[in-house]
Design a protein around this ligand. Structure first.
Ligand code: PCA
Length: 216
């Protein structure tokens, strides 16, 4: 007898533009994947506010609505040159700039009294390897920063652990898109990379054992 396989969707989120930018590739990429079907699993996409006070409220509502089996959050990390699969989210907000509502919290926890950090529960090295196999640069990152992206990664993993429903969750930072900064990647490449990363994550409950570490 085979185990029941979940047909619950994969929720992919992107963010609103922030810091005065006109757009955010993370939402364009998520939006491009909305309605895709990977091996019978639907992808649903949603945009999160780049605002500390609203991002997790919206994420909570999305999780309640879609009951996804997997949560893949995307964000922009301008200046990075590869698709960065985040390994860890920390229970800290230290905003270098104000968010889209003008809030700039400094040295406060994402969730008061909760654990210091969560690891991604996605097979990060398998995803990284699969993206590289497409000829697209990808690396494991050991810091999702201390702004809204880290808040959402931490919050998503906190909700996943609290629900006990086994939802896997993680975060991927994207470089600037072509024409929006340097270094950059084409939107089409980023869409292909994220689709492939999700496909292998759905197939692989466990990660590969290979070097993904760095000295910084
Ligand atoms: N990047 C920011 C927040 C929204 C986004 O796309 C970050 O890295 O925190």
């Amino acid at each position: 007898m085979s185990l029941p396989v979940s047909t619950a969707p994969v929720l992919v989120t992107g963010f609103e533009p922030f810091a005065g930018a006109a757009s955010n590739p993370s939402w364009r990429v998520a939006q491009a994947l909305h309605g895709h079907n990977i091996g019978g699993i639907a992808i649903v996409a949603a945009c999160l506010p780049t605002a500390f006070g609203q991002s997790l409220v919206r994420l909570r509502a999305l999780l309640d609505n879609y009951q996804p089996q997997m949560l893949v959050c995307l964000g922009l990390a301008g200046g990075r040159s590869a698709i960065c699969i985040e390994r860890i989210a920390i229970n800290l907000i230290d905003a270098r700039i104000p968010d889209n509502e003008g809030e700039q919290p400094i040295d406060v926890p994402v969730v008061a009294g909760a654990v210091a950090a969560y690891f991604s529960t996605l097979p990060i090295k398998t995803m990284c390897r699969a993206i590289r196999a497409l000829g697209i640069p990808s690396e494991i990152s050991h810091s999702a920063g201390t702004f809204v992206c880290n808040q959402v990664m931490y919050g998503g993993l906190h909700m996943a652990h609290a629900s006990g429903k086994g939802m896997r969750a993680g975060f991927i930072h994207l470089p600037w898109a072509t024409g929006e900064g340097v270094p950059s990647l084409d939107d089409n490449m980023m869409v292909a990379a994220i689709e492939e990363a999700i496909a292998v994550a759905l197939e692989c409950p466990c990660d590969v054992r290979e070097v993904g570490g760095s000295i910084y």
